[in-house]
Design a protein around this ligand. Structure first.
Ligand code: 1PR
Length: 550
């Protein structure tokens, strides 16, 4: 098999990139030192996290000159995400750190006045400036395909500026900002998006680069609806995974977090078994899920952390699923079975190395946020959220919130942030506050969701996975009041979760709230609806989605 060289310097999920390269028929060889660079014919520089962190790592390891020489020698070069940003002179993210300086301009942060930052999700990479659909693609990029982006800083696009130096530019639009999605010149190609996480469309781009096919004729003319720019509505499939009473790992699903079968009279039966995690993740990927989330809701007692079965599930899933994978459950400082201390960062690192793109923290985030307030809103840099986001970037840290409604007759009955609700309480109460819980809803805290989400945003979380115990498994639709209330309080993206029972509920949550994504579980697992049906429904309602056909 032909070979491609990858630079072994980044933290984060490179496993998925290796899997994607192998999927399109190439093998990977690692560059372990600058002396190896001249042996490479095709070189890929992946990059996640902070611009400064990545570029300083390259600098310290002595790679900068050898990469510049590889490019000057006319050999194939591809940069991904921070690998694209590295081509620029510098970035607002870390102003003192120098880039490779191939492009004489700097990256800027997206403005967050009217949109969430980071920019997370599926967007275009379109080479047409005129709005006309070209019949030629740059390295397999198609105007009707969407690609997965996750970043806060971008190269703003000003027409003509890069083209005058011979660059071909594919752009995307986020709100009113147009930015560089991909760029090519001579032997260089770089994408701000992650092709290894962009489904079949991304695999086509990697293959085109590795095959050296810079310009290709499009076989089919895309329709104008599918070439619209901007972020699509993100639909996520979530798999709650735990061991059943026989010790097998199964996908389960609770009603208001109770995952045991009910026989009509009593609860407490066997753990509901809805299928095998890896097979189900693949099925949802093929149906067009934009992301797959695994929540490990079991404790795996008596199992060394390094042997946690979830690691194997991630490794196997990342071989066939080329969209972002999130893993949650048990991400906290812990003590291993042999008494060794293991930090939350160590656990997150194992997950990233096994193919996860994001980790989701639940209980530990509540404790950390409570302590943050107790200290007078002072950051220590020592919480799992701060440490993991400093190492892997804040886009890699999701906070999973498990709130429960507490009804009250008047806002004066509590010191917590309340909302006036249309769904009144059991005694006709017109107000409620959302209480944070830990340990899968088993323990309620004297702490509200607003306090939690604002604290974790300050600590460096990149996204909120907003569940709702009252709605979980009810098939009655999302808690729109909760979602709007949280969206009002923070700038980072929110994933609406709990209560989806049919495609209409997804339409409703995207139309009646400003949520950035919506997640479903039970309705998919029970086979009542497919992800594809949800997307078709959203499209019929005029909401932009990534189309399943690539
Ligand atoms: O506290 O960091 O160890 O993380 C534990 C994680 O496991 C948390 O993210 C928590 O939400 C999750 N979890 C714990 N217990 C349960 C349970 O169900 N007994 N699952 C649980 C939470 C909620 C959703 C669900 C949606 C959509 N699952 O993610 O998938 O509510 O369901 P629906 O569409 O069927 O209504 P830590």
């Amino acid at each position: 098999m032909p070979t491609v060289h990858l630079l072994d310097y980044v933290a984060g999920n490179v496993r998925s990139l290796v899997n994607a390269i192998e999927k399109v028929g190439y093998t990977v060889e690692w560059i372990k030192s600058p002396a190896d660079v001249p042996t490479a014919e095709k070189l890929i520089i992946p990059g996640v996290g902070h611009f400064g962190h990545c570029l300083s790592q390259l600098e310290e390891a002595g790679y900068i000159t050898s990469i510049q020489e590889h490019i000057k020698a006319g050999k194939a070069f591809m940069g991904i995400c921070v690998g694209l940003q590295a081509l620029f002179e510098g970035s607002e993210e870390d102003p003192d750190v120098k880039g490779l300086g191939v492009i004489p301009s700097r990256l800027k942060k997206f403005q967050d006045k009217d949109k969430s930052v980071p920019h997370i999700g599926w967007n275009s990479a379109n080479t047409s400036r005129t709005g006309e659909v070209t019949d030629e693609s740059l390295y397999g990029l198609r105007p009707d395909s969407k690609y997965y982006y996750v970043h806060s800083y971008a190269a703003q696009y000003w027409e003509g500026e890069l083209e005058k130096d011979g660059w071909i530019v594919a752009t995307a639009r986020y709100g009113d900002e147009e930015f560089v999605g991909a760029i090519a010149k001579d032997n260089m190609f770089a994408t701000q998006f992650h092709p290894e996480k962009s489904g079949a469309a991304g695999l086509r781009v990697i293959k085109a680069f590795l095959d050296g096919k810079k310009a290709q004729k499009l076989t089919e003319k895309p329709n104008s609806e599918s070439t619209k720019e901007g972020l699509t509505r993100r639909v996520i499939a979530c798999l709650d995974v735990r061991t059943n009473d026989q010790g097998d790992l199964v996908v389960t699903k609770g009603d208001q977090y109770d995952v045991r079968e009910k026989d009509g009279v009593s609860t407490g039966g066997a753990v509901r078994n809805l299928g095998k995690p890896v097979d189900m993740a693949k099925k949802y990927y093929e149906q067009g899920a934009d992301e797959v989330t695994f929540l490990n809701i079991t404790s795996f007692r008596n199992c060394p952390v390094a042997d946690t079965p979830m690691l194997e599930i991630l490794r196997r899933t990342s071989e066939t699923v080329f969209v972002p994978l999130t893993i949650g459950g048990g991400i906290r400082d812990t003590v291993d079975t042999d008494g060794t201390k293991i930090s939350a960062l160590d656990i997150a690192t194992m997950y990233f190395k096994s193919g996860a793109d994001k980790v989701s923290i639940g209980s530990d985030a509540v404790t950390a946020a409570e302590e943050y307030y107790a200290r007078g809103k002072v950051l220590t840099g020592t919480t799992a959220i701060e440490i993991i986001s400093a190492a892997y970037g804040n886009q890699a840290v999701v906070i999973s919130v498990d709130p429960r409604r507490v009804y009250i007759s008047s806002p004066s009955a509590t010191s917590h942030h309340t909302i006036k609700t249309k769904t009144t309480g059991p005694n006709g109460e017109e107000y409620c506050w959302y209480q944070c819980t830990i340990k899968g809803g088993r323990e309620g805290r004297n702490f509200d969701v607003r306090q939690l989400v604002t604290a974790v945003e300050a600590m460096g979380a990149g996204e909120i996975l907003l569940n709702c115990i009252d709605k979980d498994g009810t098939n009655s639709g999302f808690d729109l009041e909760l979602i709007n209330d949280v969206k009002d309080a923070i700038k980072i993206p929110v994933i609406a979760s709990s209560g989806a029972g049919n495609p209409g509920h997804f339409g409703e949550v995207f139309e009646k709230t400003t949520t950035d994504a919506a997640l479903g579980a039970g309705m998919f697992h029970r086979g009542e609806y497919t992800v594809k049906q949800v997307k078709e429904h959203l499209r019929e309602r005029g909401l932009m989605v990534r189309q399943v056909k690539e």
